[in-house]
Design a protein around this ligand. Structure first.
Ligand code: DMJ
Length: 451
């Protein structure tokens, strides 16, 4: 796994250093439109993985780029969520691991640039911002200018650390002059009525009301739930409001969305205004790990129940891999018309090096030490080597059911931040980034628990 990381990094460095991602077939860099004018997403996402794997020379190369070439004075529409989880998360984690000031100062400087996005009537931030001009916008595709649950709900961990490191409460609490920051987001969410206790994915930053009744634990909703339980853990279990929100949300999810297929596979469906769609996205597969993490703290009578639920969901996600020809899982899989845990639409057959399934293996391993999770992780390592490794890096594939697969020519930065880190940790001792001392942000960047 360490060699895979070195290979992914070396090729990025050779062909794409300073661009956001590597295109491993054409051997060039990709910039894309997720990070506005910011560059080097792969560098910042890879820093802590290189450090944890003790790839010292490679870590120094990445650090040098941050010191000399990482420019924050740029413009362009950047995603608040993506910049927070990848850049702020990556810089904070590397600062906490190494104690080196450069990572802290870059994180704080960038954090300041996110704040204007919170200047809305409710304090719910808009989705896009420009680092220099201070302007912000909603996604064009989000109905009625809404903000997305998984985006404004995935800031808490990083913002609390920004407040602590800067000594400036503005990131965490309501500032005296305007409504800012993450505690206010909670207040809005607690105030408004939730259909059957569920959180829809679209919220108006102007009125503070839900815009559409689509609920999902996969894309658009996912990491909001993750950050509730992790906020509680990161506060050393003092943030009981977050724990209650997590417990209540999980109860509603179990009641309304968790289903069992005819073949006995447990899955989490999506909900559209009361109608269930029997589909699980690859993104939703993080939930096995999340429920495992929460299970330990659920109280004796609920603990076993949640351990079982986490194991069942992780098993279903493993099935989505095991039932494909490449042994890698599709972007989404369904449970309808006689199908179980397989994609039914051409457009859902791709795999872009996503981490969520191995993330759940890692948490399940730490919780149970059942060797099957390491075996399943090793199946993924072999499949990545066989189907995704190309001459100059690792690439996503267009169809997990066809061999040899067609490659998408993209080495995503989260492959280095998350997929390879979680695989590595799956085979480490439990005291390497112990879950008693660290929480992982949603991009797998470790942040210390506030003991
Ligand atoms: C990552 O950027 C994060 O894990 C995020 O929460 C969801 N999507 C990708 C990986 O699939």
């Amino acid at each position: 796994i360490l060699q895979m990381m070195k290979f992914a990094w070396d090729n990025y460095k050779q062909y794409a250093l300073g661009k956001n991602e590597l295109r491993p077939l054409t051997k060039n860099g990709h910039i894309g439109n997720m990070f506005g004018g910011l560059r080097g997403a792969t560098v910042v996402d890879a820093l802590d993985t290189l450090y944890i794997m003790e790839l010292e020379e490679e870590f120094q190369e990445a650090k040098k780029w941050v010191e000399n070439s990482f420019d924050l004075n740029v413009n362009g529409e950047a995603s608040l969520f993506e910049v927070n989880i990848r850049y702020i998360g990556g810089l904070l984690a590397t600062y906490y691991l190494t104690g080196e000031e450069v990572f802290k100062s870059k994180a704080l400087e960038l954090g300041e640039k996110l704040l204007p996005a919170f200047n809305t009537p409710t304090g719910i931030p808009l989705s896009l911002f420009s680092p220099c001009s201070g302007m912000s916008w909603s996604w064009g595709w989000a109905s009625a200018g809404s903000s997305i649950l998984a985006e404004f709900g995935t800031l808490h961990l990083e913002f609390l650390h920004l407040s602590e490191l800067s000594g400036n409460p503005v990131f965490a609490e309501k500032a005296s002059t305007s409504q800012l920051a993450v505690m206010n987001i909670r207040k809005v969410l607690n105030r408004i009525e939730k259909p059957q206790g569920l959180y829809p994915n679209f919220l108006s930053p102007v009125t503070g009301n839900w815009v559409q009744h689509h609920v999902s634990i996969g894309g658009l909703g996912d990491s909001f739930y993750e950050y509730l339980i992790k906020s509680w853990l990161m506060s050393d279990k003092k943030d009981t409001e977050a724990k209650k929100m997590y417990d209540d949300a999980l109860e509603a999810i179990e009641k309304h969305l968790v289903k069992k297929s005819a073949g006995g596979l447990t899955y989490i469906a999506e909900w559209r205004g009361g109608v269930l769609e029997h589909k699980m996205g690859h993104l939703a597969c993080f939930s096995g790990g999340m429920i495992a993490l929460g299970a330990e703290h659920a109280g004796e009578e609920r603990k076993q129940h949640y351990v079982d639920l986490a194991a069942e969901i992780t098993n279903t996600c493993h099935e989505s891999y095991a039932r494909s020809d490449t042994k890698l899982g599709p972007e989404a899989f369904r449970f309808d018309a006689g199908t179980e845990a397989m994609a039914t639409r051409l457009s859902e057959r791709y795999y872009i090096l996503r981490p969520e399934v191995v993330e759940s293996y890692m948490y399940m391993w730490r919780l149970t030490h059942d060797p099957k999770y390491r075996e399943w992780g090793w199946e993924v390592v072999k499949a990545l080597e066989k189907h995704c490794r190309v001459e100059a890096g690792f690439s996503g594939i267009r169809d997990v059911y066809s061999t040899p697969p067609l490659h998408d020519n993209m080495q995503q930065s989260f492959f280095l931040a998350e997929t390879l880190k979680y695989l590595y940790l799956l085979f480490c001792e439990d005291d390497v980034l112990s879950l008693d001392d660290w929480v992982f942000n949603t991009e797998a960047h470790p942040l210390p628990i506030n003991h």
